[in-house]
Design a protein around this ligand. Sequence first.
Ligand code: DC
Length: 220
Amino acid sequence: MGYVICIDGPAASGKSTVSRAVARKLGILYVDSGALYRIMTWQALLHGIDCKDELAVSRFCETVAVDFSVSAERIAYSVGGVEPGDQIRTPEINANVSPVSAVPAVRARITGWLRELPKLGNLIVEGRDIGSAVYPDSPFRIYLDCDPDERSRRRLAEDLQKGFCQTQEQVKASLLNRDRIDSSRKTAPLKKADGAIVIDTTALSIDQVVDAIIDVTREK
Ligand code: DC
């Protein structure tokens, strides 16, 4: 089994960008756990499931099968042979993913998948409950924080590049709404894991955060 570097934090705190860069520098595999919650939401919407209906989502999630493969420096996902790409990053998925990820059966299924992945190699896994609930025994648990205005500026720039037109106020409202649902849900809420190292990324460059994560990992 490989080791796991756990990266948690609120939406758009820089987790994916820095986790990808750390994976490249250390020659380990990047795992985007949020993409699995997005895939569940995408599939539920495709099958006409009401994402606010907990029972329907609980039953449906047992039918979703995801294939995992090692691709360059990451674990890639496909459903029925299709890699979802930006279809799982639309404003519609953003609006539905937090209620879907609050469903205990969804969390149990995705946590089960994530716990199998260290068989494929050393990992850096980013999400909301990675250090607190998925791999609580990992010595490498980091929580990235960031001011909400800076987070919405970063996310707006990414969304515009993907062709999703929104104002910064809409992006900020969507991020804060997701943070509220993610941190107040009963099962595995977004929180700093006991003993996790907190890095505030607001005033840091990507390289500075990457170096801070690698330093913390080496110290441990
Ligand atoms: O990281 P992201 O924005 O792509 O995550 C999408 C949603 O998935 C997020 O609003 C909450 C949920 N999520 C979660 O509950 N637990 C994780 N480990 C990762 C994501």
